[in-house]
Ligand binder design. Structure first.
Ligand code: 13P
Ligand code: SF4
Length: 369
């Protein structure tokens, strides 16, 4: 491969230097211009964790569930420029028509939790679980997982869940099989299972890196097998934060995302999806006080939108989700300008054989949501 070819590839995957010389106003004006040019042929969904500089251009904003649902209602959108992370763009690709193209403005916008379950590890773990429990397990996967994991789950009769419907889906899953394997977030799995009445003693943890189970009871008693994955953003909230706050400001309401640990969720007043957090605070009386345990871009936006309420982050030194933050105004503009020039960059496509089974797991969730 010669230097020119290398340079060409480089310019396809990384942001051309020109974008660092444009002012914010120039970039915003160009995005608006391109949006107006494409009209309904372009749809921009944005997750609540996206930066303000990006979310202002979203045609719809939402939690993972809402964004999955809304993409299905936009058949005229030839281009879906997804402002979120990779697994969300994959989901959008699988739920839309083959002629619709899903674009992720920066391919580095992954999700560290989704990366904690790969398909090889899952197949190995599943074989071990079948040896112990036989055909008694239904797999469920949080949507924060790769398309391959969704495909595995779909092939084995299971479904996807989001933080907005995890309880309902877990209850459904127990009507299908005696035991559940919950991938890849142990915390959402544990919090939800506890919520529907499964005691902690009946939950085993499977550690994919060692191939071992963390469990001390009888195999027969296990009801839920939790994949040992987590969200590095939500693990930054701890019980000490809650205790400090309760001591200093006992009137504060504490609301957290269920990707937080079991101890944090138990010590909080409320727990739910990003949408649940937004709605709860929106509907709270003026003057009420809130500490929020979720990603920082969203917390800052909620603070700005509710000057009549006292709102803080549960962890005062909280950082945003770094991968969500990869989608910034320059990358958004770059992907849109490329579209304007007739070029699709960062096109997210899931192979047909994976899509076939993964869609089963998504549809089983969507028809129950
Ligand atoms: P929800 O928007 O479904 O609550 O999920 C949060 C999240 O971590 C997405 O990555
Ligand atoms: Fe993944 Fe956590 Fe970021 Fe959500 S907040 S995208 S789960 S790393």
């Amino acid at each position: 491969m010669d230097v020119l070819e290398l340079l060409e590839i480089e310019s396809e995957v990384s942001l051309p230097k020109r974008y660092s010389t444009l002012s914010v106003e120039e970039m915003e004006a160009r995005v608006n211009e391109i949006k107006a040019h494409f009209g309904d042929r372009l749809f921009i969904p944005g997750h609540h964790y996206q930066k303000d500089e990006v979310i202002q251009f979203a045609d719809a904003r939402g939690d993972s569930l809402k964004l999955a649902q809304i993409c299905q209602t936009k058949p005229n959108a030839e281009y879906i420029v997804f402002c979120g992370v990779h697994f969300m763009a994959e989901t959008a690709d699988m739920l839309t028509n083959p002629n619709q193209k899903v674009i992720l403005p920066d391919l580095r916008a992954g999700c560290s939790m989704a990366d904690m379950a790969d398909i090889e590890q899952t197949e190995i773990g599943w074989t071990k679980m079948q040896e112990i429990w036989g055909d008694t397990i239904l797999p469920l996967t949080y949507v924060n997982s790769t398309a391959a994991i969704k495909g595995f789950v779909g092939k084995n009769g299971g479904a996807c869940v989001t933080s907005g419907n995890a309880k309902k889906m877990l209850e459904w899953a127990f009507t299908q099989k005696e035991r559940i394997l919950f991938l890849p977030d142990q915390h959402l799995g544990r919090n939800t299972a506890f919520d529907i009445g499964i005691p902690l003693e009946q939950m085993a943890v499977y550690a994919p890196l060692t191939g071992e189970f963390e469990y001390e009871g009888e195999w027969e008693d296990v009801k839920v097998i939790l994949w040992k994955g987590h969200c590095s953003v939500h693990e930054k909230f701890n019980v000490q934060h809650i205790q400090n706050l309760r001591k200093q400001q006992p009137e504060m309401n504490i609301i957290v995302h269920p990707e937080c640990t079991y101890d944090v969720v138990q010590a909080s007043d409320y727990a739910g999806s990003t949408n649940y957090i937004i709605e709860t605070i929106k509907n709270a009386p003026a003057g009420s006080k809130w500490a929020i345990g979720t990603e920082m871009n969203l917390v800052n936006r909620i603070i700005d939108e509710h000057p009549d309420k006292e709102i803080v982050s549960l962890n005062p030194f909280m950082c945003p989700c770094l991968t969500m933050n990869r989608i910034d105004l320059p990358h958004l503009l770059w992907s849109l300008e490329k579209l304007e020039q007739g070029e699709v960059v960062n096109h997210i496509t899931v192979p047909a054989d994976i899509t076939k089974n993964a869609v089963l797991s998504l549809e089983r969730m969507l028809e129950r949501s």
